[in-house]
Design a protein around this ligand. Structure first.
Ligand code: PMP
Length: 283
């Protein structure tokens, strides 16, 4: 069976899937996306992701290319056609195809692409058991990173910088030296049994995994604060971790080569991982 993608209303073989050279996503990064985790062939936290997709579209005044209720159908179709057990679905919408001009085209139709893939079995658990290393980098992104847009060059550069330094993720620093978030994840520390993460604003993406973990922590009555933190707080932290749809809860064992706690995956990361998985919605 070959892989299939959903491209502008059609299911086609992945290897033959194409978009137009004047798609505004390609020319201007004029589009938005979502990444859905798939577990047991079910979509994790569908409602949160679709709500954020609609918000991103609205903020950029991009029309939805399909009826709102059809998103779930097509995501499920991609899961079925590609036999995805545990993996992810990537969904992208752009303002469509038009002769290159900065202004919005008058009559373009939004483009949509949905692709999916399996992740190797035990990939997450193996990574979780090792934990990840983080490198800090300047946050050079635009001022509306609350919109999940295709404008991803700064996080691409930050992630590559982290990789060049033997790290798996970059934590981005604002002008005052506070961590905004990871290049593709939200950032968290734990100090004296209290979980700390930066409050939501236009300087971070309101992560769906973040929201689910926050509501799960409140359900079990766990102590939690939304505040900014900097490198001194990190040095002083007992534990650190990231959250994202593809990494769920992932422990951070070092930042800039400074060990967090004893430099091993800590008990709170383990606990929060369990709490998180207990409260995700699968649909
Ligand atoms: N922040 C950024 C910049 C991201 O790219 C992501 C991944 N989409 C996240 C946070 C985490 O968001 P989510 O939990 O919805 O995947």
């Amino acid at each position: 069976m070959s892989r299939e993608a959903f491209v502008n209303g059609e299911y086609i073989e992945y290897i033959n899937s194409k978009v137009h050279i004047e798609d505004r996503g390609y020319q201007f990064a004029d589009g938005v996306y979502e990444v859905f985790a798939i577990l047991n062939s079910k979509i994790v936290d569908y409602e949160g992701h679709i709500k954020r997709l609609n918000r991103s579209l609205k903020e950029l005044k991009i029309a939805s290319p399909i009826q709102k209720k059809s998103y779930k159908f097509h995501i499920n179709e991609i899961i079925k056609r590609n036999i995805i057990q545990d993996g992810l679905v990537y969904l992208q919408v752009t303002r469509g195809v038009a002769s290159r001009d900065f202004k919005f085209p008058k009559n373009s139709k939004s483009s949509i692409v949905i692709i999916g893939k399996n992740t190797p079995s035990n990939y997450y658990n193996n990574n979780f058991n090792k934990g990840i290393k983080v490198k800090t980098a300047k946050d050079i992104r635009w001022k509306r990173v609350d919109i999940k847009s295709l404008n991803l060059l700064p996080p691409v550069l930050a992630k590559q910088y982290a990789a060049d330094n033997g790290c798996e993720e970059a934590w981005l620093l604002d002008d005052d030296g506070y961590i905004t978030e990871g290049s593709s994840s939200n950032a968290w520390i734990v100090k004296n049994k209290t979980v700390i993460t930066r409050p939501v604003s236009s300087s971070i993406l309101n992560g769906i995994t973040r929201s689910t973990l926050i509501s799960s922590l409140s359900k079990v009555g766990y102590k939690f604060i939304e505040r900014k933190f900097n490198i001194n707080d990190i040095k002083d932290a007992d534990e650190a971790f990231i959250t994202s749809a593809t990494q769920f809860v992932m422990p951070v064992i070092a930042v800039n080569n400074i060990k967090i706690g004893d430099g091993r995956v800590g008990e709170f990361s383990q606990l929060f991982k369990e709490i998180y998985f207990k409260y995700i919605s699968l649909s």
